[in-house]
Design a protein around this ligand. Structure first.
Ligand SMILES: [Ca+2]
Length: 148
């Protein structure tokens, strides 16, 4: 019994959780929050939620950060759409951070993406195999980046 207790404690050090979010272990001054409830996505609304937690919807600085987040997504067990803050709304094919307006610094596409299916996929979802362009108004989760 004691051993089982220790092991559970170990795993909880990497990812914790509150009522609303799965929370990653801090890395280089940031931690990442994946929302727990499926709901219809809205860039402004969900970025506002991230701001309420002191951060913004996620975009990536570099490959290492993307790798860390992808591992966290895999670890969290969430397999639904997880919206980032990267979008090409209003500027087709030019991806930028919704939070800062600056061009996306790093994107690692899932195989076969982006395909802009039906001309309506302008928001990026992160999964364990990379980023995918999806409609900005699907049911799903979202991911915030906040100072650790
Ligand atoms: Ca797509």
């Amino acid at each position: 019994m004691f051993c089982i207790f220790i092991c559970i404690q170990c795993s909880r050090q990497f990812v914790s959780s509150d009522t609303n979010y799965h929370i990653s272990h801090p890395r280089e001054g940031s931690k990442y929050l994946i929302s727990k409830q499926d709901e219809i996505f809205d860039l402004a609304k969900m970025n506002g939620r991230c701001q309420d937690s002191g951060g913004s919807l996620l975009d990536f600085n570099d490959r290492k950060e993307e790798f860390h987040v992808r591992f966290f997504v895999q670890w969290s067990g969430v397999s639904d759409v997880i919206y980032t803050g990267i979008t090409d709304l209003g500027n087709e094919g030019h991806y930028y951070s919704y939070a800062t307006g600056k061009p996306a610094a790093y994107i690692r596409w899932k195989r076969g993406q982006p395909d802009n299916r039906e001309g309506d996929e302008h928001c990026l979802s992160i999964g364990s195999r990379g980023l995918e362009d999806v409609s900005c108004h699907k049911n799903g989760r979202y991911i915030c980046k906040i100072p650790a």
